[in-house]
Structures are given as structure tokens and as C-alpha cells.
Design a binder for this molecule. Structure first.
Ligand code: FES
Length: 173
């Protein structure tokens, strides 16, 4: 007596081969997905765009360079403004050079006393004291950033993602 429901041996072998191949593909897909997921961090390492700079009283009248933020903070009495030290050509840090004679200009309708100019050591771009590019390969002026006072502790705060016009001034207290 024979078993008419038994599968021929070749069908069973094909089934097992397909099952094995399917399991291999599934395992490979899961491993690839896990590897790709591991490349994406669970936390953001982006630096915050707002930075506390210290109490306004720590800023002298005139100019103060902040190397970590690559920023010049200007103070005239109780008013402040901040100009980027990042050259608009290829990103070198510009240096400030004091003018022999300060001059006052009208900048976007606001009076501005220029005491410095900015020079880029990399390819010789020159900027006026308000950040306007005047010579060299720099394609545009230095950026101005918004300053504010922290409501928590009264420190000066810069937002390096918030560019402002050159008539911006922060008046403190
Ligand atoms: S990076 Fe400043 S002039 Fe080139």
C-alpha cells in the first residue's frame, strides 16, 4: 500500500531551498536596516544658535572680539551691536584694525561711529567698520546678528542664526 499524499522528494527539496533562501533574504534585510539605523544618532548634536556672552558690564566701550563665537561686539554707551568675524569669501576670521581717526556715518538711517576696519588675512579682503565689503574677493558684507538680554540673568545673548540690518541696536538698561 502506498501513500498517495506524500510529496515527491524533489518538491520537498525545492520547498526547503526556497524557505532557506527567503529566510536568508529576510535576515540580510533586517541586518542592513539595523546597520543604516545605527548611522542616525538619537540625539541632535547641532550647536544652539543662541549663545550667552556675559553681562553687558563686561563689555568695554568700543570693541570686544569673542574668538569662540568669531564675533565682534561693539558698545557705544548703553547701545550694543554685533558683527561677524567670518569673512564672506571663504570663511577665514577677519581681524579688526583701529582707524587713526574715527568717523561717523549714517548706516540704514542710524548713526554709526566707525572706529575700526576689518582685514582678512587669507586673500586680502577689506571691510569697513560697519562690515561693508570695500575691496578684495569678499562678495558681500560681514553679517550682523541680533543681540538681546537674557530674561534669566541679564546676560547679553547673540543669535547666530538671526541676521539683522545694520541699523540694529540693542539698548540696555
Ligand atoms: S577668506 Fe577672506 S578674503 Fe578669502
Amino acid at each position: 500500500m502506498s501513500d498517495s499524499h506524500a510529496k515527491p522528494p524533489n518538491d520537498r527539496r525545492d520547498f526547503l531551498l526556497k524557505l532557506g533562501a527567503g529566510a536568508g533574504v529576510a535576515a540580510l534585510t533586517a541586518q542592513t536596516a539595523a546597520s543604516l539605523r545605527s548611522l542616525v544618532p538619537n540625539v541632535s548634536y547641532d550647536s544652539p544658535t543662541t549663545v550667552k556672552l556675559g553681562p553687558p558690564t563686561e563689555f568695554p566701550d568700543g570693541i570686544k572680539f569673542l574668538p569662540d563665537e568669531r564675533l565682534f561686539v561693539f558698545r557705544q554707551g548703553q547701545t550694543f551691536h554685533a558683527v561677524s568675524a567670518v569673512c564672506t569669501h571663504l570663511g577665514c576670521t577677519v581681524r579688526a584694525e583701529a582707524l587713526a581717526n574715527a568717523q561717523t556715518i549714517q548706516d540704514d538711517g542710524a548713526e554709526l561711529r566707525l572706529t575700526h576696519r576689518f582685514l582678512c588675512p587669507c586673500h586680502g579682503s577689506e571691510y569697513r567698520g560697519d562690515g561693508a565689503n570695500v575691496s578684495g574677493p569678499a562678495p558681500k558684507p560681514l553679517a550682523w546678528y541680533r543681540l538681546s538680554v537674557s530674561p534669566d540673568d541679564g546676560q547679553l545673548v547673540v543669535d547666530l542664526a538671526d541676521e539683522v540690518d545694520t541699523d540694529f541696536r540693542l539698548t540696555v538698561g
